[in-house]
Design a protein around this ligand. Sequence first.
Ligand code: KE4
Length: 428
Amino acid sequence: MTRSEMLFTEAARFIPGGVNSPVRAFGSVGETPRFIASAKGAYMTDVDGNTYLDFVGSWGPMILGHSHPVILEAVQEACREGLSFGAATEREVEMAELICSLVPSIDMVRMVNSGTEAVMSAIRVARGFTGRSKIVKFAGCYHGHSDSMLVKAGSGVMTAGIPDSAGVPAGCTQDTLTAVYNDLESVKELFQACGSEIAAVIVEPVAANMGVVLPEKGFLEGLRRVCDEYGALLIFDEVITGFRLSLSGAQGYFGVRPDLTTFGKIIGGGMPVGAYGGRREVMELIAPSGPVYQAGTLSGNPVAMAAGLAGLRLLRDTPGFYEDLNQKADRFFEGMKDALAEAGKPWQLNHIGSLGCIFFTKGPVSNYAQAKTSDTKAFAEYFSFMLRQGIYLAPSQFEAMFLSAAMTDGELEGVLESFKNYLKESQF
Ligand code: KE4
């Protein structure tokens, strides 16, 4: 029995499913989850001493690679000053100024402790600002686990095949309307039916929780127009895309300006951080400056701010960071596409910047219904083969591959060789 197997058995006695987040249980790939002991650069090492090239990167935060020395030093310095005060600190001002300086649509920002909290709060202030109740989301998009968002969500909800979650009363989801990603008509129909009641549309500007699905040309611009037409707010959930696609996220990459943006992952540098921000007249409604309440004991925690500030400053100050990472990722994903074609496999590979994924289905994948046609058994075979080659992928068809700047072209070429060997042996 491996130490991971032993720990997983032990964990299941005290933690639901043995994990603190469902997708970590490896449930849909039929493997024992690897318990990780340490990570450095592009690699993670499990408790049995196996080392993996890491394409999960803690689900997005590790764009610079693990244990970056500059981030570690910033965290250690902050720790020496104290771990948490529950009081205002200078680093929170620096973080707010930095985010506002990097993302033009953001005049003000509030720090929270997770992406879920950021989304929950952004929705509340959108409802407070408009005086309306309904929210439009897209099937397959995941915006964290707050009750009203657990409707046809992606990520772990999709992986577990739970179309909605138990424990969510109808009252919590009655105001959540669902549209089809990349289908502007499905959005317009909702607005024609109840546009005067819709507070906001929330969207992943690149969907990365049903696998990776790119916005088709004009989709995001169309959402901007329909929100303006009906006086609803447009919320970009950039928990994954924020500071990943560009220094101003997907909104900078595509040139579409939302009213509110949610962040997580990268802005914490590996520590628990979320944030939401946007237009001043909206954000000033938040307590204590306005009537929309939101609070948090550890929001803006000095150690987390130190990690986030160090990471964001590295991304801002490293010349050509995004060009280099995105071009390296393009070469890699195009290499995977070529390998699929050479092997005569029909699988679909979607990618943008340092995000991508293979859908084990034949047709194009531009929405939830198409993503769901993927063969999750074929995905499981691919996952297990690559894991045994020391390549750690997201353990679900409905997640993303996250490349980090710590990965070299040589390492990625090695992954392509493993992938070609997998394709030769695949039973699918
Ligand atoms: P957290 O509450 O997990 O920090 O963020 C929720 C969230 C919100 N919005 C988007 C677009 C997200 O992708 C997420 C969380 N992403 C998943 C990965 N697909 C987190 C992994 C997990 O649940 O363990």
